[in-house]
Design a protein around this ligand. Structure first.
Ligand code: IVH
Length: 683
């Protein structure tokens, strides 16, 4: 049975839901895990498609759609602070025609008035907002979702290029300055070298390294890693003057590091020349850049042009083409991932690309292989998209010997690891091995995920040990871990009594992991840490969750962060007998499948009340509010109707909900009023 099924003709509505789920996942990979799995360009294309579809279906407006937000980098460990001015991102362009179109739009938007453009480098790091009061750094906040960010002041204070106290000067009492936190190439290379020596996973690029560092809980670690910063945007009620360029020259005197590559120009030709120059010259910069930013210089004119929900109309980013190399394709091999997804990999003659030697590159999927009409021996173009994984992007057909071409590359039909047939689900590009309970890489992957830090946190075991135990037949699934005995481990691969005991103790201790971690550890497709937490808050016990799967699937969809795709993946998971068998064994061995819920009093204060929750809250999460409502005898509804008793509204309630509530004259109460309501009646 497939992980989830699609109708062959997916409606636009379904496509919207699917794209939202997919983009949420990519946002999470990019911003929270610092491990993007697709290139910026692919992400932008998917986002553009979703925007287009949403435009055609205004009835499907959702304030939480990825189109309504700039990707979130919030993590739970820092205080969250609301931005005084939302942190917008820039619209991307990839070619000269799009740059020209931006220039023309500005021109006509300003009624053909003269204007200047400030050309800048687009630094590839992490955006930061610094707030100064009376010349002192008061706060440093990450972008977060653009509305609310993480307070990372303690960490930012360790960055030497960020002034804690400004030089004497005529700065305003209060202002905000935004810029990019960067990890210079040199620090990045040193850091990865150290990590390699310690056997720790390497950072894919300086942006991820800077992100991981800035979110570190220990400011001392941040200080060690030698971050840098470059500031490029001044905000406040009173600014020194009307020119963005000149204001930045002024802030440089106050003590801020601004880019000396900035240039103010008056024609489109000069803009293009700037792009041409830096496309090459950026190779010798000490920090990573991924494009150029063009900004209308006059702040008065910026205000005339204004912004859309996501991007200013007065600025745009031009992204550089990734660096390319040409090399020979020697063979194609196939990797089987933890989810059973098959990735075709090109094995090539080693070639130098963006400073590293590349000999393997991703071919993504069967469609890409077909569209390239790939033959062994072809000369192929390889690119590094955002410095993540190199990919084959084209073939130089002129170098192919048409009379004697190499063998045509045909996608495999069976799993290279276990020989099971592969399946390709409709509307998905990837092939999967169908044998998800017995295919070795899938099981090893499941066990590796299960023991990982954010899951069961069995830190004395690592991927190599897991692979070894698996290969020796000591463990065949995650539940077998709990049957291991010290004597099984001693002597194997030089393991001494002490380390064997350490492993067994860590396994034993993992039984105390909270329910959301245990749920995440199961490795249900698409159920990441955040979703697992929401589900655990919503259902409190595994029994309740399985009950919803069997009898009330709407409850799944009503859970925050769970869309159609995640819901079907959960349903599929619990319909697989092998999974239930493993869960039963895990329960029997004492793992935690219950939330230790704060004891919410059970009464019927909210009896017969239909309540809709909207917005974001301070005292409890949305899932907790749903539980509180149910514990007081009330009912949660997802949409407003004449039957709605009242709306519990947090910050940023969706505009369509607000309009509907006003139209139907439905009472809106805020968080404090709600808590008072249940408190009064609880006494
Ligand atoms: S200006 C409203 N200037 O690129 C405009 N951004 O989406 C605010 N970036 O979030 C941004 N270099 O993290 C600006 N010279 C530069 C930049 C820059 C890098 C980043 C920034 C922003 C993203 C664009």
């Amino acid at each position: 049975m497939p992980y989830y099924t699609h109708n062959s003709a997916m409606t636009q509505e379904q496509q919207i839901l699917e794209l939202r789920d997919e983009l949420h996942l990519h946002n999470y990979n990019y911003y929270i895990k610092n491990q993007p799995t697709i290139s910026d360009r692919e992400f932008d294309e998917k986002m553009a498609l979703l925007m287009e579809l949403e435009k055609q279906h205004p009835e499907m407006f959702d304030p939480n759609s990825p189109t309504q937000r700039v990707g979130s980098d919030l993590s739970n460990d820092f205080n969250q602070v609301k931005h005084r001015y939302p942190m917008l991102s820039l619209a991307n362009t990839y070619n000269r025609e799009e740059v020209q179109a931006f220039y023309d739009r500005v021109k006509s938007g300003l009624g053909n008035e003269d204007f200047k453009i400030c050309c800048e480098l687009k630094y590839d790091g992490l955006s930061i907002s610094l707030i100064y009061h009376n010349g002192k750094l008061a706060r440093a906040i990450t972008r977060g979702d653009g509305i609310v960010g993480d307070d990372v002041t303690a960490n930012v204070k360790t960055i030497r290029t960020i002034p804690l106290i400004l030089n004497k000067g005529d700065y305003p009492e209060d202002f905000e300055i935004r810029g990019e936190i960067l990890m210079p190439w040199q620090s990045f290379d040193n850091l990865n070298k150290q990590r390699q020596e310690k056997g720790e996973p390497l950072f894919a690029n300086p942006r991820n390294a800077a992100g991981g560092t800035l979110k570190s809980k220990k400011p001392a670690v941040v200080a060690e890693r030698k971050l840098d910063a470059c500031l490029y945007y001044l905000l406040g009620d009173t600014l020194p003057g009307d020119s963005h360029y000149e204001n930045l020259q002024t802030v440089a005197k106050w003590g801020f590091k601004v880019s000396d590559a900035m240039k103010r120009v008056s024609t489109l030709d000069e803009v293009m020349a700037y792009i041409d120059y830096w496309d090459k010259a950026r190779a010798s910069l000490p920090v990573a850049t991924d494009g150029i930013v063009l900004k209308v210089d006059s702040i008065r004119q910026q205000q005339i042009l204004g912004h859309t929900a996501k991007n200013p109309r007065w600025a745009i980013a031009y992204k550089f083409q990734a660096e390319r190399a040409l090399t020979r394709l020697n063979s194609v091999s196939y990797q089987v991932g933890r989810t059973g997804a098959i990735t075709p990999v090109a094995n090539m003659e080693p070639v130098l690309l963006s400073g590293t030697i590349v000999k393997r590159a991703s071919l993504h999927n069967e469609d890409i292989i077909r569209s390239l009409d790939l033959h062994i021996g072809d000369m192929v173009y390889v690119e590094k998209a955002g410095e993540i994984i190199p990919q084959v992007v084209g073939v130089d057909y002129s170098q192919r010997d048409e009379r004697h071409p190499g063998q045509k590359v045909e996608f495999i039909k069976t799993c290279p690891q276990c020989g099971s047939p592969l399946i390709r689900y409709e509307n998905e590009a990837a092939h999967y091995c169908t044998n998800d309970s017995l295919c070795p890489p899938q099981i090893k992957g499941k066990i590796e995920h299960f023991i990982s830090r954010d899951a069961m946190n069995i830190d004395s075991l690592g991927p190599e040990t897991v692979a070894e135990y698996f290969d020796r037949g000591l463990i065949k699934d995650v539940a077998d871990l709990y049957l291991l005995k010290t004597t099984d481990l001693i002597g194997e691969n030089g393991t001494k009594l002490k380390s064997a005991q350490k492993i067994i103790n860590a396994i034993e201790k993992s039984k105390q992991q909270p329910f959301d971690r245990t749920l995440y550890a199961l490795g249900i497709r698409f159920v990441g840490k955040v979703t697992a937490k929401n589900i655990a808050h919503r259902f409190l016990t595994l029994d309740n969750l399985i009950n919803a799967v069997n009898n009330n699937q709407q409850q799944l969809l009503d859970t925050e962060g769970v869309g159609a795709v995640i819901a079907s993946s959960i349903i599929h998971y619990f319909n697989e007998p092998k999974n239930i068998e493993i869960i039963n064994r895990l329960c029997q061995y004492g793992l935690n499948f219950k939330t230790e819920q704060q004891t919410t009093p059970q009464n019927d204060t909210l009896k017969n009340q239909n309540i809709v929750i909207s917005g974001t809250f301070t005292h409890h999460s949305r899932e907790e509010y749903k539980n509180i409502i149910e514990a007081h005898g009330g009912k949660n509804s997802s949409s407003i109707s004449a039957k709605t008793s009242f709306i519990l509204a947090g910050d940023n309630m969706g505009p369509s909900k607000l309009e509907k509530a006003q139209k139907l004259s439905i009472k809106i109460i805020n968080e404090e009023e709600f808590l008072d309501l249940i408190k009064t009646t609880n006494n």
